[in-house]
Design a protein around this ligand. Structure first.
Ligand code: 5AD
Ligand code: SF4
Length: 359
């Protein structure tokens, strides 16, 4: 038996095993990895993917992450916060289309008006859907008290990517100050866990200067955090950001696509029953990027419900498929040849099976 075949049958993986899977370069080995991920996915979470309607609630952010298009110092961005009524219309749209959940995403803002605003919104969404919709928040690092209030108001999942498990790489892609400390990110992830959320995290793939060892470290941190959900996707340079100057150090689009798909497959093999999102950024590299992600092991799709007039100011990265309407996207997925044999989990919340097993 070749070494890779043996590795694929294990339940626990060493850093060397993970690296071997990420680097396997023969077509036969690649097929074996993706076939194993497909079999595990079918057995543990089924051949279904779940829908989360994404609302990019506000692009106001107090941070200055060096890679992000809506960083505080980018003056080219017109800042907005969507009104309660408009958000609720997006939620109605999600309900009409049969999505099982919604995601409220924003830049990182602290302070009472923002925290209270989200709290009210959560109660409104919960009322509107009669408690039937899953609600995910992705609003950055907040205090334990804030996380608790939002949880009590109806949010039960939270996405906070750690961006890179390597403190050294994290330091290179964030300003060197207290606001951007890696330790704060880990503290926030622990707080979210303590409050009782389904915990989601992840990172960017193909960052300038990122090594294979870094990616192995990322997978190991996801495992150590015992996350319930993962959102990870390719790094896409944005010209209005400092990190853009290093874009030539990031892999080619084809390399980042392959690496992202392989990370999904390996993560599925490693953490069998978690939810994994097909990240929107993949579509910037390939028109069928997200379909390929689902075939590789992802089981969550997040159609964008943000009204189109706001979207041009929510460019975290360039070439974002920003005009794709959620309804068009669903048509694309329903008709996709890549997704033969997959079902869409309409009207299902699709909570993380890993969370249920853990609790
Ligand atoms: N390329 C890819 N992903 C990005 N994000 C921010 N900027 C970029 C970029 N240039 C991701 C980060 C963040 C999430 C909301 O968007 O991982 O956590
Ligand atoms: Fe703000 Fe998030 Fe962008 Fe960082 S990645 S600048 S926290 S929106």
């Amino acid at each position: 038996m070749s070494e890779l075949k043996a590795i694929l049958q294990q339940d626990v993986f060493s850093p060397e095993d993970l690296r071997r899977m990420l680097e396997a370069d023969s077509a036969g080995d690649r097929d074996r990895i993706f076939a194993t991920a497909a079999a595990i996915r079918k057995k543990y979470v089924g051949n279904k993917f779940y829908l989360r309607g994404l609302v990019e609630y506000s692009n106001v952010c107090r941070k200055n992450c060096l890679y992000c298009g809506i960083r505080a110092s980018n003056r080219a961005v017109v800042r907005y916060t969507i009104s309660r009524e408009v958000v609720l219309n997006c939620v109605r749209h999600a309900l009409e289309m049969g999505y099982g959940s919604v995601v409220i995403q924003s830049g990182e803002v602290t302070g009472a008006p923002f925290v209270d605003g989200i709290e009210h919104l959560l109660r409104d969404i919960d009322n509107l859907s009669g408690g039937s919709l899953g609600i995910t928040l992705s609003c950055g690092e907040q205090s334990l008290d804030t996380y608790q209030r939002w949880f009590d108001a109806g949010a039960h999942r939270y996405l906070l990517r750690f961006e890179s498990a390597s403190q050294e790489l994290y330091g290179r892609i964030h300003p060197a100050d207290n606001l951007h400390a890696f330790s704060n990110r880990l503290r926030a992830l622990n707080d979210l866990r303590e409050v009782g959320y389904q915990l989601g995290s992840g990172m960017m793939i193909g960052l300038p200067g990122q090594t294979m060892e870094n990616l192995v470290g990322d997978l190991l941190l996801l495992k150590e955090l015992d996350v319930d959900m993962v959102g990870m996707g390719p790094y896409i340079g944005h010209p209005d950001t400092p990190l853009y100057a290093d874009s030539h150090l990031a892999g080619s689009p084809a390399t980042r696509l392959e690496l992202s798909l392989r990370m999904i497959a390996v993560l599925r093999i490693m953490m069998k029953d978690i939810n994994i999102a097909a990240s929107t950024a993949l579509d910037s590299l390939d028109p069928s990027g997200r379909e390929q992600a689902i075939a590789a092991g992802a089981n969550v799709l997040m159609p964008n419900l943000t009204p189109v007039n706001y979207r041009e100011n929510y460019f975290l990265y360039t070439n974002k498929p920003y005009l794709t309407e959620a309804d068009e996207l669903m048509e694309r997925f329903q008709n996709s040849a890549i997704l033969q044999g997959f079902a869409i989990g309409y009207r299902e919340r699709g909570d993380s099976k890993h969370y249920a097993a853990r609790s």
